[in-house]
Design a protein around this ligand. Sequence first.
Ligand SMILES: NC(=O)c1ccc[n+]([C@@H]2O[C@H](COP(=O)([O-])OP(=O)(O)OC[C@H]3O[C@@H](n4cnc5c(N)ncnc54)[C@H](OP(=O)(O)O)[C@@H]3O)[C@@H](O)[C@H]2O)c1
Length: 288
Amino acid sequence: MKILVIGAASRLGKYLIPLILEGNGSKRNELILTYHHSEIDFSAMGVNPEDVVVEELDITQSSQVLYIMLKHTPPLTVHLAAYTNVAAPERDEKEKELCSRINIVGTNNIALNVAKLRGKLVFPSTDYVFNGEKPGGMYTEMDLPNPLNHYGWTKWYGEKRVLKWLSPDRVLILRMSIKRRPFDHEVAAIDMWTSAGYVGDIALEIALAIANFDRVIEILDQRKPIIHIGTARRSIYDLAVKLNKGTEKEGQVSKTTREKIEKDTGLKLAQDVSLNSSLWDREVKPQL
Ligand SMILES: NC(=O)c1ccc[n+]([C@@H]2O[C@H](COP(=O)([O-])OP(=O)(O)OC[C@H]3O[C@@H](n4cnc5c(N)ncnc54)[C@H](OP(=O)(O)O)[C@@H]3O)[C@@H](O)[C@H]2O)c1
């Protein structure tokens, strides 16, 4: 199948693209990859650039999105392009505006044009659509979002735009949290909880959903096309220890608290945005 991947130079794209290219079983997919400013690192992906088509695209420009869609008419689009810096919009109005433009206007442009061409869309969203105040976390797909930070708001509004233009049988919104290995910081909170996973592992789950798009929609059977994907609920500190295991940073992460990070950064942090992924783990995945 022909698949358009927008935002191919993203962290997630690096792990996901080789998996999508391989496709399901014997047949490889035909990929059109778009980048913005940063170039796609094909050697890191282990992908031959000659096996794919590469296009430049700024998703905030509706005419560019339409041009790419009309040129390639992809039956399936995977939208990975986003403004993902959570802290900057909290401190700077210009960054806030840019974040909204990319995550809301850009996503609207993609969803609208996918709908015009009667295509299908996979849209990764985030655990930050929740404010983290639910006791014990483990948010389900039925819980109502109420984000704590601007990034979370823009991703939730992005979800709404996607659901506005595309009928529930033409879109999959996959909420998740992804982390690099080793862990990005030297300290980690013992009193903040997450179900984030290593980006390479989460990419495998997303690739499975993409390869089985129609079957996933069939299993959801008219329910909202939103699925939580994650690992077990654990503290950020425990996650950092797990991610660092076997790396050059093993045993090097120190404990801290949410209060201390909030004081040091001036940011308000969510306490528990862990996602309940039982719909995916126990109901959908076993039927694929
Ligand atoms: N990171 C996480 O923990 C996390 C968690 C949940 C969901 N997600 C979602 O997963 C997806 C991928 O996340 P990621 O962390 O892998 O992203 P990332 O590494 O921050 O990459 C984002 C990509 O979007 C591109 N982009 C930004 N503005 C653009 C524009 N106007 N037009 C076209 N492309 C543009 C960037 O290109 P340039 O740099 O060249 O501008 C970059 O390649 C996003 O939808 C994100 O919200 C991420």
